[in-house]
Design a binder for this molecule. Structure first.
Ligand code: 2NL
Length: 345
């Protein structure tokens, strides 16, 4: 009886396993045939009623059947898992002929491009680039530039002081004074000083506590205001267009005498008056002058022998005018939507 039942069970199980389509069904079949409430358990329970002679024979057969079914289930399981993997692989295959994703390519920052353009122009006229510390001493930032103690520009409110004698430079002029000094009273000195400078200011559309400056300095025998005019005319035409004219207006800086402000004829309206030049036909671009004799003397040059011109400009202002940028903070907040408008070589 039991023997027959076991053979029948084996046959049924084989049949069921063969027809199984997925892992869930296979699991159900395993529970159905071999589980606690299944026929196999039932048969094992009935073993106790068997005679001594029958028990080992049936026991052995039952074990064989159980192992046989278990083996078939394992086999089927592997088969199904392999099929699943195969299907997954065929679905996820990579099409190597598809075009690749474009990697974002960076570009020069507009402010850097403007500064390099100015530098290159002056290098072409025989100037060298001189760069120096942004943390300066009171001596080089003020004293050597004819800004004596008690000068209003030294007000604690206007600068970032690290101690009584050390501050973040308020202009690039200290580097000009350092370069003059390094020449031990012998010209020519012909330099451009670009770099970051700092003022205590509340940031708004036209002010920033950190900004850039480009200063120029030319000291030699017989350097005259007309040399300054010539060099600045070349600069104005290079940056703002070949038909620009310049004009100089009297001004004041402690480190130059005489001092001037330079305007260019409006590049938008050509001088008739528009909203860029506020109806005047002229746009203020930079400050300049002849190096003050005190400055020359303090840096080791004899003002009876040497003279020179100097100028200072804000590259942010130059870039804002040239490219119609309305807020200086665009240069520092690095929003790629702003920056990518100026992607060029
Ligand atoms: C401005 C004006 C200026 C200078 C900077 C200078 C430097 C030395 C000696 C004499 Cl070592 N002068 N620099 C001269 C005149 C004007 O900058 O408005 N900058 C934005």
């Amino acid at each position: 009886m039991l023997q027959e039942k076991l053979h029948e069970l084996r046959q049924k199980a084989e049949e069921s396993i063969r027809l199984v389509a997925d892992l869930k069904q296979l699991q159900e079949i395993q529970v159905h045939f071999l589980g606690k409430k299944g026929p196999m358990t039932e048969i094992m329970k009935g073993m106790g009623k068997l005679s001594k002679e029958e028990r080992p024979v049936i026991g052995q057969l039952a074990n064989e059947v159980r192992q046989g079914i278990t083996g078939l289930i394992e086999e089927k399981k592997k088969e199904l898992e392999a099929a699943i993997l195969e299907q997954k692989l065929s679905k996820e295959k990579i099409d190597v002929t598809l075009p690749g994703r474009k990697a974002p390519v960076g570009s020069h920052h507009l402010l850097g491009s403007v500064i390099r353009d100015v530098q290159d122009l002056f290098i072409g006229m025989g100037f060298s680039i001189a760069e120096g510390p942004e943390v300066e001493t009171d001596t080089y930032n003020f004293e050597k530039l004819n800004l004596p103690k008690n000068h209003p520009a030294r007000d604690m409110q206007d600068s970032f002081y690290l101690s009584e004698d050390i501050l973040l430079r308020t202009h690039t002029s200290p580097m000009q004074a350092r370069t003059l000094e390094a020449h031990h009273g012998r010209g020519p000195v012909k330099i451009i000083c670009p770099g970051k400078v700092y003022r205590r200011d509340n940031d708004d559309a036209t002010h920033s506590h950190q900004f850039m400056q480009i200063e120029g300095l030319y000291v030699d025998r017989n350097v005259r205001l007309s040399d300054l005019k010539g060099v600045l005319t070349v600069f104005a035409k290079h940056v703002f267009g070949a038909d620009r004219e310049i004009r100089l207006r009297p001004s004041f800086f402690p480190f130059t005498e005489p001092s001037v402000e330079m305007d260019i004829s409006c590049f938008r309206c050509g001088g008739h008056g528009c909203n860029v030049c506020k109806g005047t036909g002229w746009i203020e671009i930079l400050g300049a002058g002849m190096v003050h004799p005190n400055v020359l003397r303090m840096s080791g040059f004899d003002p009876a022998v040497y003279s020179g011109f100097a100028f200072g400009m804000g590259p942010e202002r130059i870039a804002m005018l040239k490219y119609g940028i309305e807020d200086i903070r665009h240069f520092y907040t690095d929003d790629s939507r702003f920056l990518s408008q100026f992607k060029r070589s």
